[in-house]
Design a binder for this molecule. Structure first.
Ligand code: HAX
Length: 441
């Protein structure tokens, strides 16, 4: 068995043993209360899941093994001549729990390269869709077609020992992560570049090869892809894409089925699709105001109009964060370094000065600050990628690193089927009226 797999198994066995003892000693310890409002209002603030890959703090943002985004940018290995962290290194950190050496990352990149072949029937399945089909739908159809290759599904059908679930899940995870950039690049080249497919370059790291297959060989764009793939990878377990992947995986649906489910959630405008909505909204503002550099006053007016039409300001707000998202800040730093005078990027920064006080003034928005999606599109447009409907596919490729790592942990730790209790409003009323002793009776 590959060294990487053995290392993961070692970590998982160690943690599994610790959890067993912890549950023996503290299994009945109460961790909090649940309010009626919480079950009606999206379960905000309810601790109900265990996710090993990352932990979100409302003020400091996401941490991976206790490391913040700025720390990851400083500590994770880089490509030769590059300054941004390699996503393979973060994947290693999420599974093995330590910062890999340059050699570890090289081995992992090579392992992904070896697994990256996508069978022709997958592209045929995507080709069967009308070209105007949304890129996220095309992408998920590609993933679903590839499910035929699932090692987990095959071994389960043959009847395998539950002790081996983790290995088949990791096998599928590595294969899927290796192949996703090909599927994603195919969607882009098919829909926007007359189906002129760019062949992979086996000498490049995972993110740079993805940039290359998309048709962007600019070194700066490759750096952007490395950063992009790192910062979008994971955001603890309760967000829609991570939670959906985990939930579907808990039925022992294989990693292809589980990841596809998560990505269907990512394709919602309140989640990952917000990145396309942000740029669409800015383009529409520029068109309406007949300028590509709107002033703060003009932006403020436009924001108020958006709100008056009963719409949200895309890229702002968060269910957990209560500060500017460090993933926004990382992209702002990238912009300041590589394109400080770009008009669209400057507009994003002017929006950042303008929107928070307006949202604060509404008195109901819990977090008026920008999230990751407020910035990403402007950086992509700078390098020529203006096809904003495609942006969520980039997010999806990155998110595979986090949600699939989590799935490996789920199976290695023997996580069971997820099945919370639900109630009807009639049952709630009966309970409030003291007609029954327990909620749900
Ligand atoms: N613009 C206008 N109103 C907003 C708002 C925004 N950006 N953010 C929140 N609100 C409103 C909510 O719609 C809600 O209004 P109602 O009570 O009238 O329904 C109220 O403020 C309270 O919401 P909240 O508690 O602050 O926020 P939620 O936890 O319910 O929702 C969302 C979090 C991210 C969904 C929300 O802030 C939003 O819709 N933002 C815009 C879309 C967006 O950027 N999504 C991407 C989020 C990050 C992510 O997952 N990326 O993938």
């Amino acid at each position: 068995m590959e060294q990487f797999k053995l290392k993961f198994k070692e970590q998982a066995d160690k943690l599994g043993g610790e959890i067993k003892i912890m549950l023996q000693e503290h299994g009945n310890t109460v961790i909090g209360e649940t309010t009626l409002a919480q079950i009606y209002q999206g379960m905000r603030g309810m601790t109900a899941l265990v996710t090993e890959t990352s932990l979100l703090d409302a003020q400091d943002g996401i941490r991976f093994k206790r490391r913040t985004i700025p720390e990851l940018r400083a500590q994770l290995p880089k490509a030769k001549g590059g300054n941004e962290p390699l996503p393979e290194a973060l994947f290693y950190l999420m599974l093995i729990g330590e910062i890999p050496t340059d050699k570890d990352v090289e081995n992992l990149s090579a392992m992904l390269q070896r697994r990256s072949h996508v069978p022709a029937y997958v592209f045929d399945a995507m080709e069967a869709l009308p070209e105007e089909t949304h890129p996220m739908t095309q992408f998920v159809v590609g993933v679903m077609a590839l499910q035929n290759e699932s090692v987990f599904a095959k071994r389960y059908a043959d009847g395998f020992n539950k002790k081996d679930y983790w290995e088949a899940t990791l096998e599928d995870t590595l294969n899927l992560i290796a192949r996703l950039p090909h599927i994603a690049a195919f969607v882009y080249r098919r829909k926007y570049k007359g189906s002129k497919i760019v062949q992979p370059d086996g000498m490049l790291d995972w993110a740079a090869n993805f940039a290359h297959m998309l048709g962007y060989d600019n070194e700066e764009f490759k750096e952007l892809m490395r950063l992009y793939m790192v910062i979008h990878s994971d955001h603890e377990g309760g967000n829609v894409s991570a939670h959906a992947t985990h939930l579907v995986g808990s039925a022992l649906s294989d990693p292809y089925l589980s990841y596809a489910a998560g990505m269907n959630g990512l394709a919602g405008p309140l989640h990952g699709l917000a990145n396309q909505e942000v740029i669409k909204w800015i383009f529409e503002m520029q068109k309406e105001l007949k300028t590509d550099a709107p002033t703060s006053e003009q932006i403020a007016e436009y924001v108020k109009k958006t709100l008056s039409e009963g719409k949200v300001v895309p890229g702002y707000g968060h269910a957990v964060l209560r500060q500017t998202d460090p993933r926004f800040t990382a992209q702002m730093e990238f912009g300041k370094k590589h394109m400080p005078n770009d008009p669209l990027v400057n507009t994003v920064w002017r929006i950042y000065e303008t929107v928070p006080p307006i949202l604060q003034g509404l008195g109901k928005v819990k977090n008026p600050w920008p999230n990751v999606d407020a910035h990403s599109g402007a950086l992509l447009v700078h390098y020529g990628m203006k096809e904003y409907e495609y942006y969520t596919v980039l997010f999806a490729v990155s998110r595979s690193l986090g949600v699939l790592s989590s799935l490996c942990w789920d199976r290695a730790l023997g996580m069971p089927l997820e099945r919370p209790k639900s109630v009807t409003t009639a049952a709630v009323k009966r309970w409030l009226n003291k007609e029954v002793e327990h909620l749900g009776d």
